[in-house]
Design a protein around this ligand. Sequence first.
Ligand SMILES: [Zn+2]
Length: 280
Amino acid sequence: MVQGTEIKLSFYASGYCEAHARIVDPIHGKGKTKFHAVWALIQIPNVGNVLFDTGYSDEFNTATQSFPNRFYRWATPMKLNENHKAKNILKEQGIDSTDINYVIISHFHADHISALVDFQNAKFICSELAYQQVQELSGVKAVSKGIIHKLIPPDFGERVEFIEQIADKKSVNKYGITEFSFFGLKNLKILLLPGHAKGMLGFHFTNPGKNILFATDASWDLNCYRNGILPSKVVKLFFDSWNDFVTTIEKLKSMEKAEEGITILFTHCPKTLTFISNEI
Ligand SMILES: [Zn+2]
């Protein structure tokens, strides 16, 4: 059970893949860049230990052994240190993998969900739109959208709850972003950030001294986001909607500009890794 009366938020990273830097930044990118798989532990009094994404696990290599999933491993080879696995990081914090009550899934790309199987007692929360797409796509089509069905636990259907259905309230904020209040919480909201993937989620957490907008894969790099540099067009096919992707960035920018003291973090940005290592 979670102690205290305040929500506690911590970020960690489990593994990374490498890609050409010019994919992230077609103007300045040179050589290779690392995409660290950042996830969050959110400890909520009266709810329990909640993960937001899980990063990579060995399951990624197991699930991508055969075709067509092997294309995924070729495109984004993964590296993961044993003690950087989510379950091992949590164990170090005194949290057993069976003590995770929920895993909120930002979207179903492998670098976000590879360790779902490690949390046997957890319920899953995701967008209904995202899960519908997972069910609709198969074979090469699924892989081309970053979906590897083998990473999804076989009993997922019985354990999933859709944010659209369990939310206390759904509203559109003044920046045009859909927000979900849940678990009766006032200072933690799930945000719908479509474009990179269907029904992609992020969250906004506010507490005295903390104002964090975790915008997951709405951008891959803070500098690119700030300077209006979009990823290489080669990723267009892999994205769900380029138009939504561009619109989501614009909405986030207006939210960030208007909300004083907000820190925006993206899952794979190197600056996020610097931010979380300073926090720990
Ligand atoms: Zn990602």
